[in-house]
Design a protein around this ligand. Sequence first.
Ligand code: SF4
Length: 91
Amino acid sequence: MPCKGLWNYLLVDVEGNITTCCLDSDLKNKIGNLSEMDLFEALNSEKLKRWRQAQLEGRFEDSGPHCMECNYLAAEQMTEDEVSEITKDDE
Ligand code: SF4
């Protein structure tokens, strides 16, 4: 099951760097910087969409570089019902 972190959270550090979650202190999952995009753009970025799709397909190795290293359950694993909800328009 995918990690809720890619759908529900963003983290912005004091320099404006945007990453997926508080577990990524080394910015391996950096999406961008507030100087170049706003949070709405970060949430809808192609990079984040690719990582979400990879996790939905069980390809964690193609998700954010830090996603393979962390205990993703810390940000909570999605339930089957939540996955069904976010993928229902794809069917
Ligand atoms: S898998 Fe880990 S690094 Fe990736 S979004 Fe979830 S908590 Fe963050």
